[in-house]
Design a protein. Structure first.
Length: 112
């Protein structure tokens, strides 16, 4: 499988965590069924999370509620902050490249 999501060697970082043998086997089976490998799956999920994909965010919200990961007030606060950020992006018509340019400008001006 040609995987375009693999970063170049000098930029790679390793992620590692523990889970059960049963869940690892289930993941491998599901990935094989979908024609992907585990690395591709995790990079895809990371991309969705980092880019605030609404489907990933909705899943996490439901998962946190179901498993009592955060209190209801905290979940509502996070949801409001996320909505506020989206409103600001739309209000100023900012896309990701423009936001990156702003951060680059701030970095160059402050020598960070």
């Amino acid at each position: 499988m040609n995987d375009p999501t693999i970063p170049i060697t000098s930029e790679r970082k390793k992620f590692m965590f523990y889970d059960t043998e049963e869940r690892q086997a289930s993941l491998r089976i599901r990935c094989k069924y979908d024609g992907i490998n585990q690395s591709f799956f995790f990079r895809a999920m990371l991309t969705g999370y980092i880019e605030n994909d609404p489907l990933i965010i909705e899943f996490l919200d439901k998962f946190k509620e179901k498993n009592s990961i955060q209190g209801q007030k905290k979940r509502e606060h996070v949801k409001k902050m996320r909505a506020s950020g989206q409103d600001t992006k739309q209000k100023f018509a900012l896309d990701d490249s423009e936001i990156n340019s702003i951060f680059d400008l701030i970095e160059s001006e402050t020598n960070l």
